[in-house]
Design a protein around this ligand. Sequence first.
Ligand code: SAM
Length: 471
Amino acid sequence: MKQGGTMDRKLIWKERCNLQLPAAFIEKYQHLLGAEAPAFLATFDQPSQSGFRTNPLKNGQPTASIAAASGPTTHVKNGWFGKVNGKSLDHVTGWVYSQEPSAMTVGEVVAPQPGERVLDLCAAPGGKSTHLLAQMHDAGLLVANEIFSKRAKILAENLERWGAKNAVVTNEAPDRLAPHFPQFFDRILVDAPCSGEGMFRKEPAGIEYWTPTYPAECANRQKKILASALTMLKPGGTLVYSTCTFAPEEDEQVIAWLLKEYPYLALVPIEKTAGMDDGRPAWADGNPALTKTCRLFPHHFAGEGHFIAKLVDQRPAPAPKPVRKNKKRQTNGALRLSKAEFALVQTWFAQVVPAFELERLVKFGDQVYAVPTALPTLAGLAVLRPGLHLGTLKKRRFEPALALALALAPEQVTKRVALTLEQWRAYVHGEALPFEAPDGWALVVCQNHSCGWGKVANRILKNFYPKGLRF
Ligand SMILES: C[S@@+](CC[C@H](N)C(=O)[O-])C[C@H]1O[C@@H](n2cnc3c(N)ncnc32)[C@H](O)[C@@H]1O
């Protein structure tokens, strides 16, 4: 399909606005919503909402994206209505993350604090993970897990762009992850795989999977995921469950089940802003506490369909355990660097990023990472990212990673080269650029955005932007 032509835009509009909803779906919501049903069903003929969040972990505001936005969201601090260009400087350097306005509400409800241990159990592609990390000021530990390896890779890339330092990406089924983190996390988000009814406008392909029994099948899977999640929650901890479906089987009914199966859990009221609905007890077992959950309906709220519940584990929190100095734990199943390897890394940092604290370094093959303090051993788990990727050990030299560049503010780096937007486009395309600068490694910067690494030699900036990401 051609990009941007009038014909093509009309086509997309038609596809979006003439969604063929299954008759059983329409009947179900006519029955559940009664007088509200026409307004609800009419939203499927309206365009979906787009939004993005800005990244408070970066060293400035993404002014170009904000200038193109249609306005700020009132329910999320760094949220905006509008679309982000996936090839823009703001997006490629992680100064913004595309996320529709309802999905942003989930991170606000989780509200993690700096220093906490947080698990995002169904995390790809990373919308909620990036939001959680921003709220934590990237301090503490975020474990972002995804069951499918391709999606886990995208999650790792998105966290890398976001500039994450204290985020770990694992690629496990929840029941395989659980034994590694018994009663470990202060907060857990289960943004569950669901029937996706709330996303039909945005992703109409999802309609094809829908059958009248599909929500109940999804609910069975959601209950299994929640059972694993709860073994990882600290007594006193907080669990947030969210879906992007309207189906009561996957929303209120799953929460009613949780409250019966785990009597030590209690619902926490979600603070609602204009357009947010209470959960509907009558769609489950009638428990009035279910009004504390939150429903986002597109006929009331400027966003796609979502459901959110926040629960607290009411058992007394255990006394904090003293941190034990245990060398084995610190290495997290990876190898420690030899003295010679550490010296290589140290020499490079002393020259280029002198204030960087070189602590808890490990290597996976020839790749060097700085792992978060609070991380227990990851031995036996599929790990895509055990922490901040610092770079690669080469023969007698160290080569810095893109992730490191994206986690640094320009002023932290001794040598920088400032590119124009046009030069940046050539850089991300993989070109070497003529450049008047002292020889050696330099952080590539454009409009104060850290973009990657280059090495100047004989007035040429050699390009170290990863080949697989060039465009
Ligand atoms: C709603 S999406 C998560 C979106 C993500 N939290 C975000 O904000 O970008 C649900 C995720 O659950 C994953 N998933 C599918 N089946 C699963 C299962 N049985 N256990 C755990 N996760 C599963 C999907 O691959 C998907 O990435």
